[in-house]
Design a protein around this ligand. Sequence first.
Ligand code: DP6
Length: 324
Amino acid sequence: MSTKTATSVACANIAFIKYWGNRDNALRLPSNGSISMNLDGLFTHTTVSFQPSLPFDELIINGHEVAGKGLTRISHILDLAREMAGIKMNAEVMSENNFPSGAGIASSASAFAALALASSKAAGLDLNEAELSRLARRGSGSASRSIPSGFVEWQMGTGDNDCVAVSIAPPEHWALVDCVAIVSAQHKKTGSTEGHALAWTSPLQAARVADATRRLDICRNAILQKDFEVFANIIEHDSDMMHSVMMTSTPPLMYWQSATIEVFHQVREWRAGGLPAAYTVDAGANVHVITLKEYAGEVEKRLRELPGVSNVLVAGAGGGAKLV
Ligand code: DP6
């Protein structure tokens, strides 16, 4: 047996219609479908090498060895790849993010998408896009959406087999830009995985889930028709609904800081004044302000002038996960 190696890259993504809560936590089958855009230039680069001499799996992130829970989560995906390929070797996983951690950009999406591709390839498998999306999903739900290119919809499906993400439009379809206003570089206290498990303790989650098809239809159509006004209203509404569930779960999750809310007010004023901009927030305090490419410079400049904003990252629509 000889060493088997593969390297991949995958982009982070920002959800426009959010995934929050699972109907099956172990398989990461979400309570509702979601829609996102891959973020060009914000990626994880991962090399997986299965080596006959390794006594256990090893994980190195940004040059530092990681053990404990982080390693267990990676080994779970390696186990699935090993099982499919019928191999038993342990692996060394070397992963690097080119964006700062705690910057309001989930690294789990790009990380598990890159891991699904590199580990399956290194194991000798040749998985298609749907199979890769399923495998990535088992590591982190949002990672299923970082496999296909551009604008992506993660379908709920009926079970493990058809719960996959598909591209609804390529990156060049619509020149949207995400200006991420960093208001807090602090590491969040409650991660997404623990958060999903609390979703159904909120009495608002049932209403949020029951209404998801409507929001998905509006958002998908707004993207396909490039209707910014409709798009802006639905993504803000969806983000506010998810945070309402978070705030009313037991125990309650409050991710916003005062600067987060200040950005909301500013963005709505800018839009009323004719500048196309809309906000959305994941499980953290930083605000993703979505705009059109021609206005990105202006949005970035205005965000930087706000007192609570310490930095702004800018990314357009990105492609799918790739081998390198
Ligand atoms: C708020 O995919 O990070 O960003 O499956 O437990 O890894 P795990 O959760 P994760 O959840 C993402 C939650 C979100 C919304 C979204 O990206 O859809």
